[in-house]
Design a protein around this ligand. Structure first.
Ligand SMILES: O=C(O)CCC(=O)C(=O)O
Length: 213
């Protein structure tokens, strides 16, 4: 593994959990943030959770290569084609990971999440859907308001902890992260819009339901 620049911060060794500050540079990150906010067709779908229908407490767009259909909580999501800004960000992250000595990753899809305010949220889950394969790598870029991602071990070996996600920061969740940990973006009294882009690689087209809310 290459020497990592000081912009990388190791959060956990096993599973590998890293944060990188300043992925795009502040100006590009800020322009990308505003353009994604206004140019994407954000949706607030209704999902089935524990047998009840409810509207998700955030907005989202599922984007990627055409075969990357994704299913959770009783719904299929067909990807919208790559937006040029998102595709540029994807290449930037892939290049950054390769040049930092991580195993090469090629992402073919991304879930974009839009949190209008601190009330918008995502419940406890792991990104462990079978179509992502065993021990997927997920790389999440944050834009806009800084929020903490709450992490907890599935076996409760230590207390839950926060990872603060600043504008233009990348959280790299390496192999094993989804197997051992869950994460959530809990409601917080933090004003301001936040957008996250969670890049993934879909290996097979369809997955069984989970109970993400
Ligand atoms: O918005 C975030 O940073 C978390 C997103 C997330 O957990 C997911 O897309 O699975």
């Amino acid at each position: 593994m290459n020497e990592r620049q000081s912009a990388w911060q190791r959060i956990l060794d096993q599973p590998p959990l890293w944060h990188y500050s300043g992925v795009l540079g502040n100006d590009v990150a800020t322009t990308s943030f505003h353009r994604l906010d206004t140019e994407l067709a954000w949706e607030r779908p209704t999902l089935s959770l524990y047998g009840r229908q409810h509207v998700i407490p955030r907005q989202q767009v599922w984007m990627g290569d055409s075969q990357t259909t994704y299913r959770y909580s009783g719904r299929d999501f067909s990807p919208v084609p790559w937006h040029p800004i998102v595709e540029t960000i994807k290449y930037r992250i892939e290049t950054l990971l390769a040049s930092s000595g991580f195993a090469p990753c090629t992402f073919n899809s991304v879930l974009l999440n839009r949190y209008d305010s601190g009330d918008d949220r995502m419940g406890w889950h792991s990104d462990d859907e079978p179509e992502l394969g065993q021990d997927p790598v997920v790389a999440a870029l944050s834009l806009g308001a800084e929020r903490p991602l709450r992490m907890r071990w599935k076996d409760r070996r230590t207390a839950p902890f926060n990872i603060w996600l600043p504008h233009d920061g990348l959280l790299l969740m390496g192999p094993g992260t989804q197997r051992w940990l869950q994460h959530a973006l809990l409601p917080r009294r933090i004003p301001g819009l936040r957008i996250s882009l969670t890049f993934r690689r879909v290996q097979s087209p369809i997955i069984p339901d989970d109970n993400r809310d």
